[in-house]
Structure formats: C-alpha cells, structure tokens
Design a binder for this molecule. Structure first.
Ligand code: ZN
Ligand code: ZN
Length: 165
C-alpha cells in the first residue's frame, strides 16, 4: 500500500472513531496522526511533543498525550512498555507484524520478524482453546555497541587492577 493511500485510510478511520465517540475533530489531532504515520520508529510522548513543537505546531503536551491514547484505542497506534522506560508508541495500521529486541544499556529498539512466533501463537491458541488476537514479545540484552563498550570497560578495569597490585 502506498504511503498516501495509508494516510488517507488512517485519517478516515480516525475521523469515524472520533465521530462515533462524539469527540471533536480538531486539526491538532489529525496533525499528530499524520506526524506519527510519517515516522518509522518507536517514540515516547515527549519526543513526539518536541518534534511537533519544532515543526511549529501549536499543540500542548496534554493534547499529544490524549491523542495518542485515542489512537491506541482505535488500533492505529500500538503502545509498548519496554522494560522500565517510558511507554513507547508506533504506528500499526498496514504495518508488518513484528517483535522487538531492546538494549538494556542504551534503549535501542530493533524489530524482527519470525514466522515461527506466529505458529506458536496459533498452536497455543488451539491447545488452550483461546482465540488469540495478538501477542507481544520483547527480548532484552546488550546491542553490539554496548557490549563492545562493556568489554572495553572490563578490560580497562582489569588492567587498572593489575597495575594497582
Ligand atoms: Zn545499546
Ligand atoms: Zn516496532
């Protein structure tokens, strides 16, 4: 699906959702939606707010926050809790199913896709008679940059110890 087509569709979905809930269809809400769908990353409320502000949009933190919650409720945005970090968000409409690997040192988030995970979901659903709708799988560890830095630090610490003796 082309980006423009996706943008039109998500706009329509959001419009219908707001109408349904008797919520106001403010330009700010649609600007936030558009901004989210122009990104390809995971972001927290603060990052999105600062980005909107830098682009001269007149939005408040509260509006960004509320709009994000609305977008999560109508399945246009997915909310993630990666470890103890602030909640992170990403667009979800028309976007491939994926899982995440998170660096516990620098917070880097990398996506991966493995069909076997979907197979497990189906299998467990069948086995336990659950109509499984979705899943979340997060793997935590050190990214290559951080594990490299850790090794260097360890070597430095060992060298310092040897010198001290
Ligand atoms: Zn890292
Ligand atoms: Zn993701």
């Amino acid at each position: 699906m082309s980006e423009q087509k996706t943008n039109e569709l998500v706009r329509k979905i959001f419009e219908a959702y707001l109408e349904n809930k008797n919520l106001r269809k403010t330009p700010e809400r649609f600007a936030i939606l558009e901004e989210i769908y122009s990104r390809n990353d995971h972001f927290d409320v603060e990052t999105l707010y600062i980005h909107m502000k830098n682009q001269k949009y007149r939005v408040s933190r509260a509006t960004v926050y509320n709009t994000l919650e609305l977008l999560v409720s109508c399945d246009l945005v997915t909310k993630h809790q990666f470890g103890k970090n602030m909640a992170q968000f990403e667009k979800s409409y028309g976007y491939r199913q994926h899982d995440h690997v998170i660096c516990i040192e620098c917070g880097k988030v990398v996506e991966f896709c493995d069909p076997r995970i979907h197979q497990i979901q189906t299998m467990v659903g069948d086995l336990l008679k659950f109509d499984v709708k979705h899943h979340s799988l997060n793997l935590y560890g050190f990214c290559s940059d951080c594990s490299m830095a850790n090794k260097v630090n360890q070597h430095a610490a060992t060298a310092a110890k040897i010198e001290a003796n």
